[in-house]
Ligand binder design. Sequence first.
Ligand code: MTE
Ligand code: MO
Length: 412
Amino acid sequence: MGKRLERARQPYGKKLKLLHTWNGWITAVLALTGLLLAIGFWRAVLGEGRVWLKWFHTAVGIVSVIPIFYYFLLAGKHWKLLKRKPWQRVNVMVVLALLLGWLISGIFLWQYRAAGPRIANLALTAHDLLTWIGLPLILYHSIIRARWLRDLSRRSVKTEPEEKDMVYTPEPVYTRREFIRGAIGAVMAIVFAPSFLQWLNEAGNVDSSEAMARIFDNDKNMLLPPPSPSADSVLPIGGGAKGHFRVYTVTAIPSFTNENWLFTVDGLVEKPLRWTWEQFVELERSVQVSDFHCVTGWSVYSNTWEGIPLKRLLALAGVKTEARTVKLYSADGVYTDELNLEQAMMDDVMVALLHDGRPIPSDLGGPARLIVPRMYAYKSVKWLHRIELIPGEHIGYWEERGYPKDAWVSNP
Ligand SMILES: Nc1nc2c(c(=O)[nH]1)N[C@H]1C(S)=C(S)[C@@H](COP(=O)(O)O)O[C@H]1N2
Ligand SMILES: [Mo]
């Protein structure tokens, strides 16, 4: 009887151990890459590498379905072995719930277009929340796990009968191991708390004036005179933006002065145009309210943008009939994107100078950035300084690196 049980349990113990090792490594890779993607500091360091890291993170996430699936299969059997260890049961439950939560929210983030921005926003919030809460728990779990897994594999090669094997040996109330666990928990809290607070701040619908005051500190531009907001912008008519911009860039954040900033419209136009900052702020501006969606799952709603509609600039320059594409250049010297003429003529495509009544700061693409409300934000070129009309096609920076050429937000 004992022999048979032993034989039956041995492969199971081995399998579970192997699964744990695999799952541990996969979770570690996902956690590491996920943290690099989520923390603004690392995003800035990564630049272009961010998008490759995102694909890698997504691919590993998809592969992780296999061990998670097996985990659930084995969890049932495993359950009996933990009969007298309620905390380890809780532990296993929490880990399974976390893995499932990450998996489901991750699938929505991966399929962000089908999901639409609202669901992608929720999925990103859940994914981040699970990370900030779950990662410390998972690390804590891996310490406990190491212990019972050791016990388990020892048990499965023992020859004693099961009853004796399962005897519960009480431990001192406060063991050295528990002390170590507690200490590690405290260190984790210290490491994660600042990031968690930052995330809370970004995810919450921060009061816009406060948010802008904070963002305003990030303005390294020194362009004079500042654009003075119109009455609609000061209000602002959108009621203040809801959400928080995550700063994206593929270069160091550029900054400008009146000396090194110029805005040009050239290529296939009747009349090439060129403005200094002093001239550019004199152009007539409009105000519009629109939402802003990034493909990574975050949005900022009800932005009041003030700027010059792109179609007005194109009309001033006079587009030649051979022109097919409007190529957009960032003054960072690297980032470009494009719109076809029909898209560029949409009323709400704007070269924006102000957001909620304040000059757009340098980290968010100021002094002038494009806004294409009906498309994902990778079309909204930051530090826009040149518009060229070209006869052929152009493939934008992110499109060249795997983003879809069709950037329409289908169900905002
Ligand atoms: N020059 C430049 N423009 C850019 C990008 C960039 O990296 N460089 N990122 C794009 C992407 S993917 C998004 S989501 C938005 C982000 O705008 P924000 O950094 O102001 O939040 O800018 C877009 N425009
Ligand atoms: Mo984006």
